[in-house]
Design a protein around this ligand. Structure first.
Ligand SMILES: NC(=O)c1ccc[n+]([C@@H]2O[C@H](COP(=O)([O-])OP(=O)(O)OC[C@H]3O[C@@H](n4cnc5c(N)ncnc54)[C@H](OP(=O)(O)O)[C@@H]3O)[C@@H](O)[C@H]2O)c1
Length: 267
């Protein structure tokens, strides 16, 4: 029986890489985009989805179930990364970041769970981030969305495992995608105290991503590893930094770790 995978945000970046590979691996893949017609050149089945909308999520899942009647894998990948000081980030910008990165993943998981539980099998794989394990300055909204994802899905894992459904979190360090410039977004109005720091931070994150970011293929290999084992783990850091930095955070005295992060990012 051909397994069915839904991958949110498969029009570009990490999601496109995962979707393309899973299709090669024999999965029936449903990728999603907010603007399906912009991506007609892709040899991928793309369905319309706005993860911020309950109705859009319900419609997507209904369409897949009408066509094939089952869902084996959900990959919650849709997301973006907003940069700005905690003070300068407006409540609208914070809500929007949470609504896509966190509530979007929650909406999707809740929509597929009844099917996976009925099947007594399924994988829910969330593309979290190193930013879900430690916070960097000028990235509070993104960190909040990914920390929320980590906490929520850790709890869900216990609840659904007795039904044969496995929840995992993939935590990549910076990834070099063609769309790095657009996936890193700046808040609209930074407060004067932080304007220069924010612009240096964004320039730095884009440059670091391009020079030392991981290939999206490495994230894809992790997803394949999860899907190849019977009982996948909860957490999968991806890249040396994603293991090293959280370990430093837990082992170093707090003051020392703070000094280390400040010296790197608060110049
Ligand atoms: N790149 C990195 O360094 C990195 C590192 C760690 C974790 N991550 C995580 O990996 C995931 C993918 O990142 P990426 O770098 O590949 O980003 P990307 O290249 O900008 O792609 C983002 C995807 O998400 C979709 N999307 C965005 N907002 C959406 C919404 N409201 N509703 C539905 N779909 C939406 C986009 O689809 P359309 O625009 O076609 O609708 C697009 O396909 C994100 O969750 C990100 O936090 C990235």
């Amino acid at each position: 029986m051909q397994k069915v995978a839904i991958i949110t945000g498969a029009s570009k970046g990490i999601g496109l890489e995962i979707a393309t590979q899973l299709q090669l691996d024999g999965y029936l893949v449903y990728g999603t985009s907010r603007n399906v017609s912009d991506h007609s050149q892709l040899s991928l089945k793309l369905l319309a989805l706005e993860v911020g909308s309950d109705e859009s999520v319900a419609e997507l899942v209904r369409q897949v179930l009408d066509e094939v009647g089952r869902i084996d894998v959900l990959i919650n990948n849709a997301g973006y990364d907003v940069y700005g000081s905690a003070e300068g980030t407006s409540m609208e910008e914070l809500h929007a970041q949470m609504d896509v990165n966190f509530y979007g993943a929650v909406r999707m998981a809740r929509a597929v769970l009844p099917t996976m539980k009925r099947q007594k099998s399924g994988n829910i794989i969330n593309i979290s981030s190193i930013g879900g394990l430690l916070s960097l300055p000028f990235n509070s909204a993104y960190a909040a969305s990914k920390f929320a994802m980590e906490g929520y899905f850790e709890a869900m894992r216990y609840e659904v495992r007795p039904f044969g459904v496995y929840v995992s979190l993939v935590e990549p360090q910076g990834v070099k995608t063609d769309t790095l410039d657009s996936s890193i977004q700046s808040i609209a109005h930074e407060v004067a105290d932080h304007a220069d720091q924010l612009s240096r931070m964004i320039t730095r994150m884009r440059a670091d991503g391009k020079s030392s970011g991981l290939s999206p293929k490495v994230v894809t290999q992790t997803v394949r590893r999860i899907l190849s084992v019977r009982q996948p783990r909860l957490r999968y850091p991806v890249g040396g930094l994603a293991t090293f930095m959280p370990t430093m955070k837990s082992l170093m005295p707090q003051k020392l770790f703070e000094r280390f992060i400040s010296s790197m990012f608060m110049k």
